[in-house]
Design a binder for this molecule. Sequence first.
Ligand SMILES: Nc1ncnc2c1ncn2[C@@H]1O[C@H](COP(=O)(O)OP(=O)(O)O)[C@@H](O)[C@H]1O
Ligand SMILES: [Mg+2]
Length: 346
Amino acid sequence: MISEKEIKERIGKLPIPGVDRTIDGLNLIRDVRINNGKADITIASTGLHDMIRVWIKGALSNTVMHCEGITDAEVNFIDIKPADINKINKIIVVMSGKGGVGKSLVAGLSAIALRRQGFEVGILDADITGPSIPKMFNVTQNPTGTDSGIFPVFSKTGIEIMSANLLLADESTPIMWRGPMIASIINQFWETVVWGRLDYLIIDLPPGTADAPMTVLQNLPVAGIIIVFGPQDLTAMVVRKAVNMAKHMNKPILGAVENMSYLYVPEIDRKIEIFGKSKARTTAKSFGVPLLAQIPIDPSLVRLCDKGEIENYKSEILVKYGKRLKLVVTKAQPVPSESIPPREHA
Ligand SMILES: Nc1ncnc2c1ncn2[C@@H]1O[C@H](COP(=O)(O)OP(=O)(O)O)[C@@H](O)[C@H]1O
Ligand SMILES: [Mg+2]
């Protein structure tokens, strides 16, 4: 006779059409009970259209009826809030006091580096007025869903992405919103998006310390911050601002990344420090923050970003960054939860 736990495991593996995740990946199973050979299954139908519900009902009944000792099955749906389904282990915020330093690039590379190590990863693009994540990953589809919840869009390698740009009919439409509207959409991305089970949700912030960063750091259970800076003299000042904001809001800084550190010229096998000698190591040290990477200016990276193929980026630096990032995010405090233990990884 099959156990309730085994049924959960079996039905959890079924993929949901049109959403690219399994039933368990979205954490939709609410209850499984067996009584006198009858399996009663309750599934959260948050964000699922009628057609998909019908499909799930059929697929689940069929799977369960093939289980040993089961002679009858009933599948019921309940509509619950995405916030009650989402099991996000850790939220990692990428920020900087400055614009154009490569926050979005570092957010993208961080997601890719963690994904390549087998984690379930999402990116919440909180740069509402200047979103650049969808283009980098070439995601253009409008998110699907219902009044009860919407699903993020999936990148080629299975990274969940939600961005204001995906909600527009035309990606070149400017979003001209003031602070409260921006705060409201960020809160909605948190409350109405069905992220499901994620090991890491990376948040890409706009520059500065104003509306979006405040909303994210105040309202979301952030586990840690990654600070991005450039090699120019502004570095120390920018890091200090971000460090101060993080301290003020009681959020740990996991590490710093220096971007555009140097240009490597393969023909002469030399690193050229265009912006002068890097002070990254001393700056990071003086703030007691580990330096996680020094990313060079890389023309191939620009090309891949422009083509929406950032997931094809391969470099030794990214591999090293990924290992260091994994170390610091593993140590970060998880989102408080009474819930299911985090998924296991090799
Ligand atoms: N290391 C790098 N090598 C080459 N181009 C880069 C690098 N970092 C960033 N860029 C380019 O610089 C621009 C700004 O980067 P972005 O990540 O959007 O900055 P931010 O999010 O901080 O405003 C983008 O066009 C990006 O492709
Ligand atoms: Mg950006």
